[in-house]
Design a protein around this ligand. Structure first.
Ligand code: CP3
Length: 350
């Protein structure tokens, strides 16, 4: 049944028929937009995140420009950690860098619970946004414990997460204490966004795809599940990169929608998670530079594959690359809105 009362994103997340196939893009706010670069001039990344007017403007830019079906809150997974006093800096061209990496139990003291008073600028920005957005839902987000831990333990971005995995298997007590604290912080950060009006949340376990299924289920999944259980009053999207082998477990952790990267097709993903969970994804971001007819065909393929799930939110398999021509994103939105329901119906009838 077509749900005309719900915004398309929320209808798809609830496995009811949306009035159009919803589409948004991870990292749609920022990066490729010239209007973003202009307003960011003279403000550091983390400084911008603490400025509600700036956050509101940056979050709205892609909604105005592309007519996407959701806004994603402009912030960063490191914002709640910085808010409780963790020494973290975002270095241009590098990413988050930690002043004093976590190596032993004495380093955990800094990870106290996050209180709403620590992030009043988030509450303020979300309220302003929700007032401006009208029917378009705002997606709140947080980093999952493993992905946050990887930055805290490594001290910055990593390729192989060796120190993180070593702590996980060799010092389980320390690891579990660290992740329980991070789970509480992430859940509190999501709660602040929900209480201020976010109507959906996404938990980013961006780097969980580096784990075996055995280690994911034993050492990571319980902590992500603990975050997701605390925000089950709104639809929860659970996403990671390279997580094809983990999708069933990530869904069991508590996802209402499973986010899928480009490495596995959405029909395969839908089957792996049991066929009852809506999917989000999964256009390969590297193909955004392909000639339009080729890219358009790929978008149609993604819609057809997504028709095998009870709901589909079109997105990329990961974030918008910084050198993307924003006009291409607008074209994708237009195509999904014009052809999406038809392609989905055709595939479901076949
Ligand atoms: O790249 C930009 O959009 C410019 C602003 C910016 C963000 N984070 C916004 C953001 C910058 C410079 C950062 C720093 C940062 N934080 C990096 C380096 C980014 C780069 O390419 O220079 C990284 C890797 C992080 C850590 C981080 N932040 C992760 C792993 C995630 C989860 C999403 C993902 O990419 O896997 C984030 C979330 C994030 N950072 C969001 C935004 C606007 C929210 C999610 C979204 O918009 O989809």
């Amino acid at each position: 049944m077509t749900d005309t009362a719900l915004a398309p994103l929320l209808a798809a997340a609830a496995s009811t028929e949306p009035t159009r196939i919803p589409v948004w893009f991870m990292r749609q706010a920022g990066r490729s937009l010239p209007e973003y670069r202009q307003v960011r001039t003279g403000h550091s990344m983390l400084e911008s995140c603490a400025n509600p007017e700036l956050v509101t403007e940056i979050t709205l830019q892609p909604v105005r420009r592309h007519r996407v079906d959701a806004a994603i809150f402009y912030s960063d997974i490191m914002v709640p950690l910085r808010a409780i006093g963790v020494g973290v800096d975002i270095q241009s061209g590098v990413g988050p860098v930690i002043e004093k990496p976590i190596r032993g139990p004495e380093d955990l003291q800094v990870l106290r619970p996050l209180e709403p008073e620590d992030v009043t600028y988030v509450t303020e920005a979300v309220r302003m946004l929700v007032a401006e957005l009208g029917e378009t839902p705002l997606i709140g987000f947080a980093g999952a414990p493993f992905t946050l831990a990887s930055y805290l333990v490594e001290g910055g971005p990593s390729k192989d997460y060796r120190r993180t995995k070593a702590m996980m298997v060799a010092r389980p007590d320390l690891w579990n204490d660290l992740c329980a604290r991070l789970a509480a912080i992430s859940a509190a950060f999501l709660r602040v966004q929900i209480d201020a009006g976010a109507r959906c949340v996404q938990l980013f376990d961006s780097w969980a795809g580096s784990l075996s299924r055995q280690d994911y289920t034993a050492h990571v999944m319980p902590h992500s599940a603990s975050v997701l259980a605390r925000v089950d009053d709104v639809p929860r999207i659970h996403f990671g990169v390279g997580t094809g082998e983990l999708l069933a477990d990530m869904t069991r952790a508590g996802a209402d929608v499973i986010g899928v990267d480009w490495r596995i097709s959405l029909d395969e993903a839908a089957e792996r998670v049991g066929g009852r969970t809506p999917v989000q994804g999964n256009i390969d971001p590297a193909l955004l530079g392909a000639p339009w007819p080729v890219l358009a065909q790929r978008v149609r393929d993604v819609i057809r594959a997504g028709a095998h799930a009870p709901g589909h939110i079109v997105n990329l398999g990961h974030g918008v690359p910084p050198d993307t021509d924003p006009a291409v994103l607008t074209r994708i939105v237009d195509l999904v809105h014009a052809e999406g329901l038809g392609l989905r119906a055709e595939e479901r009838a076949a």
